[in-house]
Design a protein around this ligand. Sequence first.
Ligand code: FCB
Length: 456
Amino acid sequence: MRQFPPDFLWGVATSAYQIEGATTVDGRGESIWDRFAATPGKINDKSDGSVACEHYRRWPEDIELMRWMGLKSYRFSIAWPRILPTGRGQVNTAGVDFYSKLVDSLLGAGIEPFVTLYHWDLPQVLEDQGGWPARATGDAFVEYADVMSRALGDRVKRWITHNEPWCISVLGYGNGEHAPGHKDWSKALAASHQLLLSHGKSVQVIRSNVKNAEVGITLNLTPGEPASPSPEDADACRDFDGGFNRWFLEPLYGRGYPMDVVEDHVKAGRIPNAKLDFIQEGDLKTIAEPTDFLGVNYYSRAVLRSNRIPEEKNAPRTVFVNPAKTDMDWEVYPKGLTKLLVHLEKEYKPGPIYITENGCAYSTGLSADGRVHDTQRVDYLRTHLEACADAIGQGVNLAGYFAWSLLDNFEWAYGYEKRFGLVYVDYATQQRTPKDSAHLYRDVVAQNGLDVEQAA
Ligand code: FCB
């Protein structure tokens, strides 16, 4: 048995747009994901989040599922357009009431709410006024953080400001794969700065509103590994790690932006020059406001091969990608999680770390016996939990683990094609069926540990 620390926080994670549905109900305003999904060609299966898992109505059933799993915590996000349909100003009480009721019921079920303020559903009006590249959007976010931390702060102690600023800025403003769909790297860099800045400002605001608050940010971190010992592959790896990981970690931990990344962008012609004129006096200090924890979303690693020299001139590969891939085509590589956590602990000393997301997409459906035998997810979960235990064994202050996700849900640009849930959702009937992985997770939580003999 691999035992976890006594107060380890076991949970699952979801986000508002991916599960709630009810996008036009009770005064909710339009979000950039409503607009993006309605734009032809943006979502693979032409779907949107208007129905999703109907969590807005079925939440008591979903809390029941979490209670059955014995979870200690639930990470969910708040839909900003339900709270402030016009982005700032007038608060929509019906929106606040929805989350307030959810929080009360979670606490009643013995499940601690862990709130993410921004999981990608920006009010469309704010996008129309410039979106995340605009400083004013960050100010609006701080007002929203103020409203929510006042409303729920008597009951919610753990707060995540932003989920994955890399995805928001690069996919949303750089390559256009996500809402709002811009393809402009200058905008992407400006967006990343306003996200980090609004994070730092709202940490201060949440702390002043919530007694004993713990506030942090969630980053999607992907460790890179060079495919060979060649200097070219080492440079490709530096480049990847810079844009993906260091661009966010370094300023958050007080080291400012890594300038090699800016040079890469200039060299690649993605931005015209190295002037980061969106940075104002004092911004870097605000971004580095100390946090109470770091949220880490881990799915896979990246193996980097240089494209600057022809393949035959490069050194032979020594690092090979595991052929086992999830339905996202992401390599299954649990060791990367241990390595990442050990690296973060050593390099940044972030205090407690929570795995705020980890999971995999596999399409396994219902069997004749009425169950969902998602053996690949069971393996993924086991091996990644072992990787967490290894990291703890190596001195990492890992305080909790949140499986992505409670339910199959709307997987952004892929629509409903990708199923990440521990619980299967039949979208025609909205019936929920816990998969084998949910049963495994239930056992893990009950034992506060992983039965390794059983795995062998
Ligand atoms: C992360 C997102 C989450 C989900 C998973 C698969 O990037 O935070 O909403 O889509 O990937």
